[in-house]
Write a protein that binds this ligand. Structure first.
Ligand code: SF4
Length: 242
C-alpha cells in the first residue's frame, strides 16, 4: 500500500470513529480497503508474471467491479484483448457485452458490464500457430501456472456465482470432464455457486445468425436468467456488497 493510500484509509477510519459510525460499517470499510489493496497488488503481480511460456505479451488481468456478486471467468485473451490488456473486448467480447447490456436493461442493472467482475483462466495470449486462427486453447501447463491468480481473485472477490464462459473455464473450475452440451446452465457447488455457459466465440464460429447460433444464444440467455433468479432469492448485496 502506498503511503498516500494508507494515510487516506487511516484518516477515513478516524473520521468514522469520531462520528460514532456503526462498528459494522467501519469493519466493512476496512475489509473493502484491504481487498482493494490486495487486488491492486495481485494485478501488478499478474502484469509482471513470467511463470509460463506465453508470458511474452501484454498481460490481460481482470476487470470490473471487485465487490460484485457475479464473476465471469473466460478462457484467455485473444488479439484484441492482448492489445488493450482487458478481457472480453474482441469480437466475442462484443457479443458478450451485447448479452450483458440486454440483461442489464431488461432484467436487472446488476448485469451491466461495469457492475460484474470479469477474468480469464490464463492472463496471457495463447497465440496460435495455425494461420487460420489467432488464438488456441491454453495448455494444461499454462492453466496450472496461472491457477493461483484465479484462486486468489475468487478468494478476494467472494462472488455468489461464478459463471464459467466456455468449456475450458468449466473444466478448470467445475470438473475436468465437463460437457457443455449436457451440463451448461446447471448449478454446481455451494458458495460460490458455479454454472457454465457457451463461450461467445463458439457461438460466432457456429454463425451468430444461423439457427444453431440463435439457439445457442437463447440457451445462454436462459442460463443467465437462472443465475438472476438465484440472486433474486439469495442476494446479500445490500448487506455486504457495495
Ligand atoms: Fe503468468 Fe498466467 Fe501469463 Fe503464464 S499466463 S505468464 S502464469 S500471468
Amino acid at each position: 500500500m502506498s503511503q498516500a493510500v494508507l494515510i487516506s484509509v487511516l484518516d477515513m477510519i478516524k473520521k468514522m470513529l469520531q462520528n460514532d459510525e456503526p462498528y459494522d460499517k467501519i469493519l466493512d470499510f476496512i475489509d473493502k480497503s484491504t481487498r482493494d489493496v490486495q487486488l491492486q497488488a495481485l494485478r501488478e503481480q499478474i502484469i509482471k508474471c513470467t511463470a509460463c511460456e506465453i508470458h511474452n505479451c501484454n498481460h490481460t488481468p481482470f476487470t470490473g467491479n471487485i465487490y460484485s456478486e457475479i464473476m465471469f471467468v473466460g478462457e484467455g485473451p485473444g488479439t484484441e484483448e492482448e492489445k488493450q490488456g482487458v478481457p472480453f473486448v474482441g469480437p466475442a467480447g462484443q457479443l458478450f457485452n451485447k448479452m450483458l447490456d440486454a440483461l442489464a436493461q431488461q432484467v436487472h442493472p446488476r448485469w451491466a458490464r461495469e457492475k460484474v467482475f470479469i477474468s480469464n483462466v490464463v492472463k496471457c495470449w495463447p497465440k496460435s500457430d495455425d494461420p487460420h486462427r489467432t488464438v488456441r486453447q491454453p495448455t494444461t501447463k499454462e492453466i496450472a501456472a496461472c491457477k493461483a491468480f484465479l484462486d486468489k481473485e475468487i478468494e478476494l472477490i467472494r462472488p455468489r456465482v461464478i459463471i464459467c464462459v466456455g468449456s475450458v473455464a468449466a473444466s478448470v473450475l467445475i470438473h475436468p470432464n465437463f460437457k457443455m452440451t449436457e451440463e451448461h446452465g446447471r448449478f454446481f457447488g455451494d458458495d460460490p455457486k458455479l454454472i457454465a455457459i457457451y463461450h461467445p466465440s463458439y457461438i460466432l464460429r457456429r454463425g451468430e445468425e444461423t439457427d444453431e447460433g440463435v439457439e445457442l444464444k437463447i440457451q445462454c440467455w436462459n442460463d443467465l436468467l437462472a443465475v438472476n433468479d438465484f440472486l433474486e432469492k439469495n442476494s446479500t448485496e445490500t448487506q455486504t456488497h457495495g
